[in-house]
Design a protein around this ligand. Sequence first.
Ligand code: NAD
Length: 490
Amino acid sequence: MTKRRHNANSAAREASGSNDQSASRSEADENNASASSSAASDSPSTPAGSASKRHVTPKSHPTETELAPAPPHPVQRASAFSVAQEQLNRVAKAMDLDDDLRAHLSMPRRELIVHFPVEMDDGSLRNFTGFRVHHNTALGPTKGGIRYHPDVSLDESRALAMWMTWKCALMNLPYGGAKGGVIVNPKELSERELQAMTRRYTSEISLFIGPEMDIPAPDVGTDARVMAWVMDTYSMNRGYSVPAVTTGKPLAVGGSAGREYATGLGITYVTRAMLRRRMGLHIEDATVAIQGFGNVGSWAARAMHERGAKVVAVSDVNGAVYDERGLDPRHLKSFAEETGSVVGYPRADSLTNEELLELKVDVLIPAALEGQITRENADKINARVIAEGANGPTTPEADRILEDKGVLIIPDILCNAGGVVVSYFEWVQDLQAFSWDESEIRLQMKRKLLDNLDDVLAITLQTGQDLRTAAYTIAIQRIVDAVKYRGIYP
Ligand code: NAD
């Protein structure tokens, strides 16, 4: 990498600136692929996102100016953004990247914090805080999920936006990274409240989104239904339908075939190829444990199972279940949908989430939240391979401990990129008003994932680097090239 000097001030200026589709398919088919806007709250002592009990009669809604501002939500976990910056710094050093450029890439381009009220079913007002962060726009508009979770924060959105930048660049997609969300447990809201909150949040961030600017997608706590509300709200304010403003929508409103299971299926394609190429292990002989049984975890479980792997344990926020003979992911999903959790599944033993992470399996798939494998528990991991389904599940300290133990880590920006790849296909289809069939989507997704996997493996062979460093090097180099050709404005 050639060092490139440019003006630090200008860089700093710029820096501130169910469809029950099946994840299964015949192997023959698969093998065709080449291997702060501020509103207000009514009580300063009410934490942002918590219910306010002030009653209003249905006919006299208070204006926003009658409501006091919500206090910021405290960051409770270790800073995900510090982790993301540390990962960047480490790779930038290995690349001998110019320090001004590293500093430019280490901060988001734009950040928006919004506080807004929503009327609850009982007539009270509840105040929410939300975020939208654009990390980098050198390659195109930004792309990234919307998360509804009590721990959403600016710090977390910054980290997730940065990781999206690297993921899109690694996949050679014409996007930068974004992320956002609302501090809320969506399960506490009624359907009407969830819709009202989504529509108001969308209005608040509408300055920041659009098919040519930033295209949100589902993430933790959001789904196709939420994406349809975001799309509809944005469209209503434009006066015409704009399906390309979000991805991960239902098929009926411009969604793409294959998007729902894309992340889980992509994890399976990438993991299967890595097992074979790096360990000489066939997926049919592999045992798998999965942390998280939402969109990513449940579809990864099913795709792994359908290709012959034995999924021995899965968990959700309430706990884990284990069966050494292998679980049936479809049956388990029906059970979890009926009861609200995998816990209590009659055909399995119970485990804690900690115990699941420590199981002796071939493949551990963290598919819940970031920061799950840390220096506290890395030494207790007994898996041979960690396939990162979640974004940022492993901290840099844990990376080092696991590397010393000989654990192969398939980094998130490669492993879980199937979702954003099919989101890209959805965006292209919406822009062209032309839809592709499911087999085409799967073929193109597989090709993109495996071509980029080849590039990552080639770097590891040339340099002896681990997979994360190699993947980051490719991604950062693509962005550096774009910045170089575009130049620093003005
Ligand atoms: P989701 O809301 O559908 O599911 C999250 C799952 O994790 C749930 O089963 C929940 O109970 C579980 N969970 C939460 N906290 C937990 C904990 N402490 N221990 C164990 N389980 C816990 O979310 P999702 O869309 O499946 O996303 C999961 C992860 O994958 C996130 O890191 C997300 O950023 C990442 N990701 C999602 C996509 C996508 O297409 N949805 C794409 C790429 C990456």
